[in-house]
Design a protein around this ligand. Structure first.
Ligand code: SF4
Length: 236
Protein backbone atom coordinates (compact mmCIF):
# COMPACT_ATOMS: atom_id res chain seq x y z
CA UNK A 1 0.00 0.00 0.00
CA UNK A 2 1.18 3.49 -0.78
CA UNK A 3 0.68 5.56 2.37
CA UNK A 4 -0.90 8.96 2.09
CA UNK A 5 1.95 11.35 1.42
CA UNK A 6 1.17 14.84 2.66
CA UNK A 7 4.50 16.03 1.25
CA UNK A 8 3.57 14.81 -2.21
CA UNK A 9 0.24 16.56 -1.91
CA UNK A 10 1.91 19.83 -1.05
CA UNK A 11 4.39 19.42 -3.92
CA UNK A 12 1.56 18.76 -6.36
CA UNK A 13 -0.23 21.86 -5.16
CA UNK A 14 2.90 23.98 -5.51
CA UNK A 15 3.74 22.65 -8.96
CA UNK A 16 0.34 22.17 -10.56
CA UNK A 17 -2.32 24.30 -8.87
CA UNK A 18 -2.17 26.76 -11.76
CA UNK A 19 -3.19 24.03 -14.21
CA UNK A 20 -6.53 22.47 -14.95
CA UNK A 21 -8.19 20.23 -17.50
CA UNK A 22 -5.92 18.40 -19.91
CA UNK A 23 -2.72 20.08 -18.68
CA UNK A 24 -3.33 19.02 -15.10
CA UNK A 25 -4.16 15.48 -16.21
CA UNK A 26 -0.96 15.28 -18.24
CA UNK A 27 0.99 16.42 -15.18
CA UNK A 28 -0.41 13.74 -12.86
CA UNK A 29 -1.00 10.78 -15.21
CA UNK A 30 2.34 10.72 -17.05
CA UNK A 31 6.01 10.83 -16.12
CA UNK A 32 6.96 9.77 -12.60
CA UNK A 33 3.34 9.45 -11.51
CA UNK A 34 2.21 7.22 -14.40
CA UNK A 35 0.35 4.22 -13.01
CA UNK A 36 0.42 5.62 -9.47
CA UNK A 37 -2.59 7.89 -9.87
CA UNK A 38 -6.04 6.46 -10.62
CA UNK A 39 -9.05 8.14 -12.19
CA UNK A 40 -12.41 7.40 -10.61
CA UNK A 41 -15.47 7.70 -12.82
CA UNK A 42 -19.18 7.02 -12.47
CA UNK A 43 -19.59 7.01 -16.26
CA UNK A 44 -22.45 9.39 -15.56
CA UNK A 45 -23.98 12.42 -17.26
CA UNK A 46 -20.78 14.50 -17.59
CA UNK A 47 -18.11 11.83 -17.27
CA UNK A 48 -17.27 11.69 -20.97
CA UNK A 49 -15.54 15.08 -20.80
CA UNK A 50 -12.97 14.06 -18.19
CA UNK A 51 -12.52 10.59 -19.71
CA UNK A 52 -11.94 12.07 -23.15
CA UNK A 53 -9.15 14.23 -21.73
CA UNK A 54 -7.69 11.22 -19.91
CA UNK A 55 -7.71 9.25 -23.17
CA UNK A 56 -5.86 12.06 -24.92
CA UNK A 57 -3.00 12.19 -22.42
CA UNK A 58 -2.82 8.66 -20.98
CA UNK A 59 -5.25 6.10 -22.44
CA UNK A 60 -3.68 3.39 -20.29
CA UNK A 61 -4.25 5.26 -17.03
CA UNK A 62 -6.20 3.21 -14.49
CA UNK A 63 -9.86 4.25 -14.54
CA UNK A 64 -11.90 2.83 -11.68
CA UNK A 65 -15.60 2.21 -12.28
CA UNK A 66 -17.59 1.41 -9.15
CA UNK A 67 -20.48 -0.97 -9.85
CA UNK A 68 -22.65 -0.85 -6.74
CA UNK A 69 -25.03 -3.53 -8.06
CA UNK A 70 -27.73 -0.84 -8.09
CA UNK A 71 -26.70 0.99 -11.26
CA UNK A 72 -28.93 1.71 -14.23
CA UNK A 73 -28.39 -0.78 -17.07
CA UNK A 74 -27.85 2.28 -19.26
CA UNK A 75 -24.81 3.26 -17.16
CA UNK A 76 -23.16 -0.13 -17.61
CA UNK A 77 -23.80 -0.05 -21.36
CA UNK A 78 -22.50 3.52 -21.55
CA UNK A 79 -19.32 2.48 -19.74
CA UNK A 80 -18.48 -0.04 -22.47
CA UNK A 81 -19.43 2.38 -25.23
CA UNK A 82 -17.21 5.16 -23.87
CA UNK A 83 -14.37 2.80 -23.11
CA UNK A 84 -14.38 1.56 -26.71
CA UNK A 85 -14.94 4.90 -28.38
CA UNK A 86 -12.34 6.81 -26.38
CA UNK A 87 -9.77 4.02 -26.48
CA UNK A 88 -9.36 3.65 -22.74
CA UNK A 89 -7.37 0.48 -22.14
CA UNK A 90 -7.36 0.13 -18.37
CA UNK A 91 -10.90 0.48 -17.01
CA UNK A 92 -11.20 -1.48 -13.79
CA UNK A 93 -14.60 -2.49 -12.41
CA UNK A 94 -14.84 -2.51 -8.64
CA UNK A 95 -17.72 -4.16 -6.78
CA UNK A 96 -18.80 -4.67 -3.18
CA UNK A 97 -17.98 -8.15 -1.91
CA UNK A 98 -20.63 -10.76 -1.11
CA UNK A 99 -20.73 -9.86 2.58
CA UNK A 100 -21.19 -6.17 1.86
CA UNK A 101 -23.94 -6.89 -0.66
CA UNK A 102 -25.74 -9.09 1.84
CA UNK A 103 -25.55 -6.42 4.54
CA UNK A 104 -26.66 -3.69 2.14
CA UNK A 105 -29.78 -5.44 0.90
CA UNK A 106 -32.70 -3.00 1.06
CA UNK A 107 -30.70 -0.46 3.04
CA UNK A 108 -31.23 2.32 0.49
CA UNK A 109 -34.76 2.59 1.91
CA UNK A 110 -33.79 2.85 5.56
CA UNK A 111 -30.17 3.94 5.93
CA UNK A 112 -28.61 5.51 2.84
CA UNK A 113 -25.37 6.41 4.61
CA UNK A 114 -24.77 2.80 5.60
CA UNK A 115 -25.81 1.60 2.14
CA UNK A 116 -23.29 3.96 0.50
CA UNK A 117 -20.63 2.89 2.94
CA UNK A 118 -21.12 -0.78 2.05
CA UNK A 119 -21.67 -0.43 -1.69
CA UNK A 120 -19.32 2.46 -2.44
CA UNK A 121 -16.94 3.68 0.24
CA UNK A 122 -15.52 0.34 1.36
CA UNK A 123 -15.04 -1.22 -2.10
CA UNK A 124 -13.50 1.97 -3.42
CA UNK A 125 -11.18 2.27 -0.45
CA UNK A 126 -9.94 -1.28 -1.06
CA UNK A 127 -9.47 -0.68 -4.77
CA UNK A 128 -7.62 2.62 -4.44
CA UNK A 129 -5.31 2.10 -1.51
CA UNK A 130 -2.29 1.39 -3.71
CA UNK A 131 -2.58 4.68 -5.56
CA UNK A 132 -0.92 7.87 -4.33
CA UNK A 133 -3.70 10.14 -5.59
CA UNK A 134 -7.16 9.96 -7.16
CA UNK A 135 -8.56 12.01 -10.03
CA UNK A 136 -12.27 12.74 -10.16
CA UNK A 137 -14.74 14.77 -12.19
CA UNK A 138 -16.14 17.00 -9.45
CA UNK A 139 -16.88 20.63 -10.26
CA UNK A 140 -17.64 23.68 -8.15
CA UNK A 141 -20.60 24.35 -10.43
CA UNK A 142 -22.31 21.30 -8.92
CA UNK A 143 -22.91 23.39 -5.80
CA UNK A 144 -23.73 21.96 -2.39
CA UNK A 145 -20.54 20.69 -0.71
CA UNK A 146 -18.58 21.13 -3.94
CA UNK A 147 -18.89 24.88 -4.28
CA UNK A 148 -15.50 25.54 -2.63
CA UNK A 149 -13.64 22.73 -4.38
CA UNK A 150 -10.01 23.21 -5.46
CA UNK A 151 -8.29 21.38 -8.29
CA UNK A 152 -5.90 19.69 -5.83
CA UNK A 153 -6.93 18.87 -2.29
CA UNK A 154 -5.25 16.93 0.48
CA UNK A 155 -6.44 15.72 3.80
CA UNK A 156 -8.11 12.82 5.49
CA UNK A 157 -5.65 10.37 4.05
CA UNK A 158 -5.98 11.03 0.35
CA UNK A 159 -4.85 13.41 -2.39
CA UNK A 160 -7.77 14.33 -4.65
CA UNK A 161 -7.31 15.95 -8.04
CA UNK A 162 -10.30 17.51 -9.81
CA UNK A 163 -9.14 18.81 -13.20
CA UNK A 164 -12.59 20.16 -14.05
CA UNK A 165 -13.20 21.89 -10.72
CA UNK A 166 -13.27 25.31 -12.41
CA UNK A 167 -15.42 24.31 -15.38
CA UNK A 168 -18.97 25.57 -15.65
CA UNK A 169 -21.94 23.97 -17.39
CA UNK A 170 -21.33 25.90 -20.61
CA UNK A 171 -17.74 24.68 -20.83
CA UNK A 172 -18.85 21.10 -20.28
CA UNK A 173 -21.45 21.44 -23.03
CA UNK A 174 -18.87 23.00 -25.34
CA UNK A 175 -16.53 20.07 -24.76
CA UNK A 176 -19.28 17.58 -25.60
CA UNK A 177 -19.98 19.44 -28.83
CA UNK A 178 -16.37 20.08 -29.84
CA UNK A 179 -15.35 16.45 -29.35
CA UNK A 180 -18.67 14.95 -30.49
CA UNK A 181 -18.81 12.94 -27.29
CA UNK A 182 -21.63 10.44 -26.79
CA UNK A 183 -24.21 11.24 -24.12
CA UNK A 184 -25.36 8.98 -21.32
CA UNK A 185 -28.72 7.68 -22.60
CA UNK A 186 -30.59 8.98 -19.52
CA UNK A 187 -29.59 12.59 -20.15
CA UNK A 188 -32.33 12.74 -22.79
CA UNK A 189 -34.78 11.99 -19.95
CA UNK A 190 -33.56 14.95 -17.86
CA UNK A 191 -31.20 13.00 -15.62
CA UNK A 192 -28.30 15.41 -15.00
CA UNK A 193 -26.33 13.54 -12.31
CA UNK A 194 -26.59 9.77 -12.44
CA UNK A 195 -25.82 7.37 -9.62
CA UNK A 196 -27.66 4.34 -8.30
CA UNK A 197 -31.11 3.58 -9.67
CA UNK A 198 -33.01 3.83 -6.35
CA UNK A 199 -31.47 7.19 -5.40
CA UNK A 200 -31.46 9.09 -8.71
CA UNK A 201 -34.24 11.12 -10.27
CA UNK A 202 -34.51 13.40 -13.29
CA UNK A 203 -34.48 17.15 -12.52
CA UNK A 204 -36.54 20.07 -13.73
CA UNK A 205 -34.88 22.39 -16.27
CA UNK A 206 -32.81 24.97 -14.40
CA UNK A 207 -32.52 22.91 -11.21
CA UNK A 208 -29.03 22.07 -9.89
CA UNK A 209 -27.63 18.96 -11.56
CA UNK A 210 -27.30 17.07 -8.29
CA UNK A 211 -30.80 17.92 -7.08
CA UNK A 212 -31.90 14.55 -8.42
CA UNK A 213 -29.58 12.63 -6.10
CA UNK A 214 -31.21 11.45 -2.85
CA UNK A 215 -34.04 13.85 -3.65
CA UNK A 216 -36.04 14.80 -0.56
CA UNK A 217 -33.18 13.86 1.77
CA UNK A 218 -30.52 16.05 3.38
CA UNK A 219 -27.86 13.77 1.92
CA UNK A 220 -25.90 15.27 -1.00
CA UNK A 221 -22.79 13.09 -1.17
CA UNK A 222 -22.30 9.32 -1.03
CA UNK A 223 -19.16 9.56 1.06
CA UNK A 224 -16.52 8.52 -1.44
CA UNK A 225 -15.36 12.12 -1.72
CA UNK A 226 -15.82 13.09 1.91
CA UNK A 227 -14.80 9.96 3.82
CA UNK A 228 -11.57 8.07 3.59
CA UNK A 229 -12.71 4.92 5.29
CA UNK A 230 -10.12 2.23 5.15
CA UNK A 231 -7.29 3.93 3.33
CA UNK A 232 -5.21 3.04 6.33
CA UNK A 233 -6.38 -0.56 5.96
CA UNK A 234 -8.85 -0.41 8.82
CA UNK A 235 -12.42 -1.40 8.46
CA UNK A 236 -12.39 -2.74 4.93
S1 SF4 B 1 -26.70 5.81 -3.84
FE1 SF4 B 1 -28.49 4.75 -2.89
S2 SF4 B 1 -28.43 2.61 -3.63
FE2 SF4 B 1 -26.44 3.57 -4.13
S3 SF4 B 1 -25.12 2.99 -2.45
FE3 SF4 B 1 -25.98 5.00 -1.90
S4 SF4 B 1 -27.91 4.63 -0.75
FE4 SF4 B 1 -27.26 2.69 -1.73
Amino acid sequence: MSPFDQGLGERLKLSFSHLDGKELLAAVLTGDLAGKVAVTSSFGAESAVLLDLVAQVAPDAPVIFLDTDELFDETVEYRYKLERQLGLTNVITVRPNAEELAQAAGLWQTDTDRCCELRKVRPLARATRDYVALVDGRKRAHGFERQHLSTIETGGGVIKISPLANWNAEEIEAAFAARNLPRHPLVAQNYRSIGCFPCTQPVEPGAPARAGRWAGKAKTECGIHTLVLGRDGAGI
